[in-house]
Design a protein around this ligand. Structure first.
Ligand code: MG
Length: 301
């Protein structure tokens, strides 16, 4: 079976015809949060219910446990200095793993109230950390510890690590989840998986205009509506395409919102990220397993 379904010629241009989907690791309960470390040529990802962060060594393909316990970590990313930024469900915080291995808490509360359970995170070129805070880590004891939301809403926040300033930048979503900036950082895309709590709510990615100050958001519009399961996590490539989880697939959307192609995975996909020395390898976290596929494109950052 071909690993691609082409809906639009723009997707065909991003493919390498003889390349196959590779399965790299398995044995997870809910794989999420892939993040690539270029200097060390390794990938980490979360296995949320198993309370661990896994590590794939890209040089020899070996897989090991990077951190356990992981505080039921979920989304991960690297900042502009190559440090690991993690969203932790159990401890309801966002942390940074320093170059010496110590862990710094970046934020754990908004206006004196604990976060719900930070889910996914992205770092902008000005070093600010943007993260979503839905309730999945406090909805049950499976991916965290069941609790009532103190904030009473699921927001997206912007944190300035230099000053500690924290702002709620999106307050109009039900369950904001994955997020990514367009290559020029003029748009912030945010998935909403609120259908998990509100039946028949459309599963969407919304595009928010970033204001000229680079810190706040303006007008928003629906960028894409999911036709199969949920959008969860996603990344942008240099062409402005969005590669997103969608049910048991990766969907690719052009910057104009057209669904241009599909990569069937065969189990529920949670998140993706680009890696490899040339950032042309898409790593894919399926429910139990880690996959990858080489593409004719590169990470936006
Ligand atoms: Mg997520």
């Amino acid at each position: 079976m071909k690993p691609f379904v082409v809906h639009d010629a723009r997707f065909a241009a991003r493919l390498i015809g003889h390349v196959n989907l590779e399965k790299l690791a398995t044995g997870c309960r809910w794989a999420e949060g892939p993040a690539y470390f270029a200097a060390g040529r390794y990938l980490v990802w979360s296995d949320i219910p198993n309370d661990r962060i896994m590590r794939l060594d890209e040089t020899d393909g070996s897989v090991s446990v990077f951190r356990q316990p992981s505080q039921n970590s979920n989304g991960n990313t690297t900042d502009r200095q190559g440090r690991l930024i993690s969203c932790e469900h159990l401890t309801r915080r966002v942390t940074r793993t320093e170059h010496d291995g110590s862990i710094t808490v970046l934020a754990d509360a908004f206006e004196g109230k604990r976060f719900n359970s930070p889910n996914d995170v992205v770092v902008k070129s000005d070093d600010s950390v943007w993260f979503s805070d839905p309730t999945y880590g406090i909805d049950s004891d499976y991916e965290g510890l069941m609790a009532t939301s103190e904030i009473g809403r699921s927001n997206v926040y912007r944190l300035d690590p230099a000053t500690g300033a924290l702002a709620a930048v999106i307050t109009d979503r039900v369950q904001p989840n994955g997020l990514a900036f367009s290559p020029d950082e003029r748009i912030l895309y945010v998935a909403d998986t609120g259908r998990s709590h509100i039946r028949d709510l459309p599963v969407t990615i919304t595009a928010y205009q970033v204001n000229p100050d680079g810190r706040s958001l303006g007008a928003s519009s629906t960028f894409a509506t999911c036709t199969d399961g949920f959008f969860d996590g996603f990344r942008c490539d240099i062409h402005g395409n969005i590669w997103t989880s969608a049910g048991e697939n990766v969907f690719c959307f052009a910057a104009d919102g057209t669904h241009i192609g599909t990569i069937p995975i065969g189990e529920i996909v949670a998140n993706v990220c680009f890696g490899g020395p040339r950032r042309n390898r898409l790593y894919i976290c399926g429910q139990t397993s880690l996959y990858s596929i080489y593409l004719n494109t590169r990470a936006a950052v």
